[in-house]
Design a protein around this ligand. Structure first.
Ligand SMILES: [Zn+2]
Length: 70
């Protein structure tokens, strides 16, 4: 059984989660944003302009491991 201090926790000391959408047809990307609003608008415009309909949504958040005590 894992010792409880192996648990990672969400790191609130830096930025929040980063949201991004990538086109699976041409790999163009929305760029990182603080929420999904701007990436969603980017994807809609990209779909209208290119006809590309497949997208990958990526959300990155940050975890912090407990500091080693030895
Ligand atoms: Zn595309």
């Amino acid at each position: 059984m894992r010792p409880p201090d192996w648990l990672h926790t969400v790191d609130h000391s830096g930025s929040g989660a980063i949201h991004e959408i990538e086109c699976t047809s041409c790999l163009a990307g929305s760029g990182p944003a603080d929420d999904m609003d701007a990436p969603a608008v980017w994807a809609l415009r990209h779909a209208r302009r290119t006809g590309h309909t497949g997208y990958r949504r990526m959300v990155t958040d940050f975890q912090r491991a407990p500091a080693s005590d030895g």
